[in-house]
Design a protein around this ligand. Structure first.
Ligand SMILES: [Fe+2]
Length: 487
């Protein structure tokens, strides 16, 4: 993918040699419209075919009209499904990277890639701040910043809240996903792919925060089917790793995200039962500009305080790649499910995910400014599969906890209806209580007729009657006659 300020017929020349580009592929174009009197920009995409497994390829972008106009030469290496299936793989994972604060992180990743070749990068939402800002110039700058890594390593994405403006248009045009049309459709900002021993799932948390609420259920149904399929394929891809922008849990001081947040609960309630039931091993998230590792947990309850054969997903929040909004600091009293928290001013960091083999993953969080290790842990799983025994939504199996999608709006409506029912019941009780008290007053009118004539048909009758009967029986008549005002 690349962009141009001019409308040009661009071609991709590519081949296995830097000197000879054997193949030529034309490109598809989509215009990013002008919105602030700056000129429009054109985004191009080309899909290269006839690639062989496990080979190094070189490519450049060439103008069809003026072949002298061309880009630098870039390169990438294709995976070999047979050789790479059982070998260890290495991925970079981060979120929240701004256009002017990404340099430190990108440079560190480049250095890492030189010594430890990477298989893919997972960018978990919030790009550039924002891709469409300044009529797309910020997006252009950001794409230039990540070009050294994105031009040579698969750059896999999921959308964040900063991609929402303009119906995610800049995100849907500047990135693409396997098996999905381009530009990515508004109601299909989620996808999955297999690399080696891993089934990766990119999901959108933003379906819970936009008007596209029906998309929340479209995604839910897709996730359900995708996870069912993944579980039937665990012998080939034993690990299932999901990545989406906003976290289900966090220990930051940002109240709207971490504590008492209705919005956060939507993501958690919408997806956690599904991820738990179908045995998602690792959930990578961002949005908080800090780093946090959780113990395996579900519904706020820690399943175990270690990472050996957990029966619940492990959550990691890595959103400190260089946000333009500064660090989100941690609370001093994190919940018991939080194992590690990292925050500091000017924080730039990213995660390295090593798929060691079928049973072991190593996750390491790197400080980008000095390449030091902030945290590292091993996740061991000898029994891959659903965490809920026999989890399935097929063949009429229906479980409200993980097979049914409930939209946030529906939840609000259900809540309002329940409140209304409770209010109606309370009103009925009060009416019945007053009616009952009035009848009692009438029945005992001979005993306290003065009260009846003055008060019995008033709403406070019950109180008067109560006080009346608290008096000794031999005093009732005189007291009632003398102290009617006691009521
Ligand atoms: Fe965010």
């Amino acid at each position: 993918m690349w962009s141009s300020r001019d409308l040009t017929d661009w071609l991709v020349h590519y081949g296995t040699s830097q000197e000879e580009f054997n193949f030529i592929k034309n490109s598809a174009m989509f215009m990013l419209p002008d919105d602030h009197n700056n000129s429009a920009r054109y985004i191009y995409k080309a899909e290269l075919h006839r690639l062989e497994y496990g080979k190094q390829y070189f490519y450049k972008i060439v103008s069809e009209q003026s072949p002298d106009i061309q880009s630098s030469v870039f390169s990438f290496k294709t995976l070999d499904p047979k050789k790479d299936r059982e070998r260890s793989l290495r991925f970079i994972t981060y979120g929240d990277m701004g256009s002017t604060r990404s340099a430190v992180t990108v440079k560190s990743i480049q250095q890492y890639h030189d010594t430890h070749p990477l298989d893919a990068i997972l960018h978990i939402g919030d790009f550039a701040y924002d891709l469409m800002s300044d009529s797309g110039k910020v997006g252009d700058d950001f794409m230039k910043e990540i070009q050294p890594i994105a031009s040579t390593i698969p750059y896999m994405t999921s959308p964040g809240n900063h991609e929402i403006p303009g119906d995610f248009l800049s995100y849907r045009i500047r990135f693409s996903a396997p098996g999905i049309d381009w530009p990515m459709p508004l109601n299909k900002l989620w996808y999955s792919f297999d690399i080696g021993l891993v089934h990766f799932i990119s999901y959108s948390t933003e379906v819970y925060f936009t008007y596209m609420e029906s998309s929340a259920c479209e995604q839910f149904d897709w996730l359900k089917a995708d996870l069912e399929k993944a579980n039937q394929n665990r012998d080939k891809t034993p690990w299932v790793i999901a990545f989406g922008h906003r976290p289900m849990y966090c220990s930051n001081t940002v109240r709207d995200d971490c504590s008492n947040a209705t919005m956060r609960r939507w993501v958690k309630q919408g997806l956690e039962p599904l991820f738990h039931a179908f045995g998602v091993d690792l959930v990578l998230q961002a949005h908080e500009h800090s780093y946090e590792r959780l113990y395996p947990l579900v519904n706020g309850i820690v399943e175990r305080f270690n990472y050996t054969n957990p029966r619940a997903p492990v959550h990691v929040i890595t959103g400190a790649a260089g946000s333009m909004e500064g660090t989100n600091f941690m609370r001093r009293d994190p919940e018991y499910w939080s194992a590690v928290q990292q925050d500091k001013v000017g924080f730039n960091s990213y995660g390295v995910l090593d798929i060691i083999n079928r049973t072991h993953i190593r996750y390491t969080q790197i400080e980008a400014t000095d390449n030091s290790t902030l945290d590292s842990f091993i996740l061991q799983q000898d029994n891959h599969g659903p965490f809920v025994h026999g989890a399935s939504c097929q063949n009429g199996h229906s479980n409200l906890h993980y097979c049914s999608c409930i939209l946030p709006l529906q939840r609000i409506i259900i809540g309002v209806v329940l409140l209304a029912v409770v209010a109606i019941l309370l009103i009925v009780c009060v009416i019945l209580g007053v009616y009952y008290s009035s009848n009692r007053c009438n029945k005992n009118k001979m005993a306290y007729k003065k009260f009846r004539t003055k008060h019995c048909f008033k709403s406070c009758c019950f109180t008067y009657r109560h006080r009346f009967y608290q008096l000794p029986s031999d005093e009732r008549d005189s007291q009632s006659l003398l102290n009617g005002e006691v009521c």
